[in-house]
Design a protein around this ligand. Sequence first.
Ligand code: GDP
Length: 426
Amino acid sequence: MFDRKHNCLVVVGAQWGDEGKGKLVDVLAESADLVVRYQGGANAGHTVVVGDRQFVLHQIPSGILHPQAICIVGNGVVLDPETFFAECDQLEAQGIAVAGRLFVSDRAHVVLPFHQLLDQASEKQQQIGTTGRGIGPAYEDKIGRRGVRVADLIRGTGARDLLVTRIERANALLAMLGATVRADLAEHLELAERLGARLRPLATDTGLLVHRAVRDGRRVLLEGAQGALLDIDHGTYPFVTSSSTTAGGAAIGAGIGPTAIDGVLGVVKAYTTRVGNGPLPTEVGGELEGRLRALGHEFGATTGRPRRCGWFDATVVRYSVRVNGLTGLAVTKLDVLDTFAEIPVGVSYQLDGDDCHEFPSDVELLERVQPVYEVLPGWECSLAGARRLADLPAQARAYLDRLQDLAGAPIRYVSVGTRRDQIIEV
Ligand code: GDP
């Protein structure tokens, strides 16, 4: 069911992540030739349900579940090699062939145990709500020009000298942060050698593979992780992730020019969730939030943390349409709202008594905005069996129409359940 209008399509989360990108990418990857992860690390957990099996993929593109798709971990990703190989082994054990279909950019930076120690130590001070998997420190090292890349690991002896200075620096930082643990050089050297040997056959200039595929008119899917509101530039800074989660990041992180991309699909939940700290204007609170969380199974795929839940926030999605240049929307989890008699939608904000239609840059302002709600009637029946728009009750269609009008981008897909077939193409 590849988006027929596009040859090189980016799929991004248009809220705070966990929108169900994994399922969308899985559905679209059925007829994709190449599926590329272009940013983030093992903090992103995509959940894909195939038949009675559930796959949670942190590092490997969800396209791997389709045998014809070549999958790529692009240069913009920070690769956690241990997680990556554990996922490879698990997929192989479940009968999904990985060999010869999975490539890793030799320009990608790697996350090593010392990054995780630094992450956990600084989280104690900063309280951003990170997953503690070392993603932030690995990106810091990349920007600070002291990162360790796949190219270093596969060079054989190359990583040794690098690691000596990195571990020294990490231990000085750990001491400064008041941590009692220290990174162990011998352990890192042994790890680097083992991982290097395993990465060698998979590592290549993946940008070239993507470029050739686009040039030859093959179908390329660029799979985003997290969501636009967690973007390092455009998100609710500092409660953000360390990479560019918006569509612009896809070109950089996949190693192609922006003109190669011809469509951007934004995945949005029919309501809103967020993990960790930071503003969430339409947060529901109380028992109702608990109900939404239970119905939507809103617990992190990676961490198991309960997600904060709110009503659909049109100001957020309108902003996301703008900063991502969204050409279409995929609305997921509409079925989660099946039992609500009334469904509030946040149409705009009020800030200190004034109308506020644009998403504020400053989190202090965002903490103070009051959402303006419009209450729409619920449909109070199950949408699980709907496969066409015409199968939806009038209230559900009216809800979608209102979301589309408020967001300012056309809805292309509607998801009504976890399974692959529970999708409506609009
Ligand atoms: P991602 O990181 O954006 O892929 O999102 P996650 O995988 O963390 O969360 C999406 C969760 O919602 C997964 O458990 C999916 O199986 C589930 N999901 C996706 N689409 C739907 C849907 O339309 N309805 C319901 N009920 N669950 C869905």
